[in-house]
Design a protein around this ligand. Structure first.
Ligand SMILES: Nc1ncnc2c1ncn2[C@@H]1O[C@H](COP(=O)(O)OP(=O)(O)OP(=O)(O)O)[C@@H](O)[C@H]1O
Ligand SMILES: [Mg+2]
Length: 215
């Protein structure tokens, strides 16, 4: 079993959106996926309750339960665990990062979001686990070129010492609409741009050296 932790000390950057979407896309790619909701707001669990399908599986937990939940999931034959965390508690993020094969640090590309990212990149590095920054809610680019704010964000992020995913996610209404009734964009509008972006991000992550679950 491989474990992805989705982190950001800043609120509202898209942790739950990214966690839920990656869990569904991985499941659609044939993996048995467990989504672990560590946020007391229970946003991922709320999404799951609206969902018609039983998969991906979901567990709501206190952070201190995480080691035993991961051990039980591995024993049970889960291929991928995706952990959604709350922004406010550093200790939750540290624990999730320490237990992850890859810690995804989610940020929006705007300057105030980027300035806040150091707290999260530092804790991932201190946890000694591989990390990857995911740019979320990016303005659309033109043709194949990324928007200038995204290009500038990539340049600025070099200073934080974690790699940045080549595949970013756009600011797309479908990304939030799909969640209303417990779906993901790949189920809501599978041929749309948002679905293509999340599939491309999953492909990149699934081939990441410390994850390597691509089939
Ligand atoms: N790529 C996107 N396109 C459009 N809307 C998005 C995107 N990502 C996130 N959002 C919207 O931004 C808001 C915050 O997203 P989300 O709840 O996933 O963030 P979060 O980091 O989990 O927040 P919290 O810190 O409160 O847990 C939501 O309304 C969500 O629908
Ligand atoms: Mg959240």
């Amino acid at each position: 079993m491989k474990t992805l932790a989705v982190l950001a000390r800043k609120g509202g950057v898209g942790k739950t959106t990214v966690a839920v979407h990656l869990a569904v896309v991985a499941q659609q790619a044939g993996k048995r996926v467990l989504l672990i909701d560590l946020d007391p707001q229970r946003s991922a669990a709320g999404w799951w309750r609206e969902r018609k399908a039983e998969t991906p599986e979901l567990v709501e937990a206190e952070p201190r339960q995480l080691p035993e939940i991961l051990a039980a999931a591995a024993e049970d034959g889960i291929d991928l665990a995706v952990i959604d965390t709350r922004p406010s508690a550093e200790s939750d993020a540290v624990l999730a990062a320490k237990l992850a094969d890859l810690a995804l640090v989610v940020t929006r590309p705007a300057i105030l979001d980027l300035r806040a990212i150091g707290a999260t990149t530092e804790l991932v590095k201190a946890a000694g686990r591989p990390g990857l920054v995911v740019l979320n809610a990016c303005p659309p680019g033109r043709d194949d070129a990324e928007a200038s704010i995204v290009r500038e964000a990539r340049e600025g992020l070099v200073a934080y010492g974690l790699p940045v995913a080549r595949n970013s996610l756009g600011q797309r209404a479908a990304m939030s609409h799909a969640l209303i009734d417990g779906r993901a964009v790949t189920e809501f509008d599978g041929d749309g741009k948002a679905a293509a972006e999340i599939r491309a991000l999953w492909k990149e992550i699934s081939r990441w050296q410390s994850i390597n679950v691509a089939s």
